[in-house]
Design a protein around this ligand. Structure first.
Ligand SMILES: [Zn+2]
Length: 227
């Protein structure tokens, strides 16, 4: 009897690691799977990730940041660059665990109309990214790749070099200007219009809680009294 075909051990290890990382993200409450959810957009999906919850568990963030740092350990890195609060928390963890002891800086993200974004490096940070600097870009989730591509452009405009991009989650199809990308999870999740949804067709009950919650949810805020 011939032996069953074996999978490439590196591919198996990658799959196992990815499952572990997904499980960690599930524990933070950020990753929802095996469901039939209505999204606020009206589309249906079986998986979803809530970006803001990804970095809420310090020990998980440190562990995941350590895995990214280990991947880039062989490259000397002077600066870790990110933008956005979640990515910045992860950046700190990556930088702390990297043998080069890089500094951490961040760009400020803003909308410039018609859904376009701009990233600005605060003036105080500009002396930290020099023409000789080797920069690692860190993101939490890379879904469209727009932010990462803007960060790459920013670094190259300053004459510095992007060593690579490290992130927790990357949509498989995203291209980041040909730079080496390391993601703990590489995964797309399809969304369907209700008319084409295979889960609807199979009669799986639709979970509307998520869309309802985000429709009703209001941020808590406080402000200084006037006068
Ligand atoms: Zn459906």
């Amino acid at each position: 009897m011939s032996a069953a075909p074996r999978k490439d051990p590196a591919a198996v290890e990658f799959e196992v690691r990815e499952k572990i990382h997904l499980e960690i993200l599930k524990r933070t409450g950020a990753y929802h799977a095996n469901d039939h959810m209505l999204l606020p957009s009206g589309q249906h999906t079986s998986e979803y990730i809530e970006k803001t919850l990804v970095t809420t568990e310090p020990s998980f963030t440190e562990g995941l940041g350590g895995v990214i740092a280990k991947h880039f350990a062989a490259w000397p890195i002077d600066v870790v660059l990110s933008t956005g609060p979640g990515a910045l928390i992860l950046s700190h963890c990556v930088a702390r665990a990297h043998p080069s002891r890089p500094v951490v800086v961040y760009g400020m993200k803003a909308g410039v109309g018609r859904g376009r974004r701009r990233v600005t490096l605060p003036i105080e940070f500009q002396r930290l990214i020099r023409p000789t600097s080797r920069v690692l870009i860190v993101e939490d989730l890379v879904s469209s790749g727009t932010t990462v591509n803007l960060l790459i452009e920013l670094v190259e405009q300053l004459g510095a070099q992007v060593v690579g991009v490290g992130c927790l989650w990357r949509r498989t199809s995203v291209d980041v200007n040909g730079k080496p990308v390391f993601s703990l999870v590489s995964r797309d999740f399809p969304t369907y219009s209700p008319a084409d949804c295979p889960l609807c067709r199979r009669g799986v009950p639709l979970n509307e809680e998520f869309a309802r919650r985000s429709g009703q949810r209001r941020s808590s805020s406080v402000q200084e009294p006037t006068g």
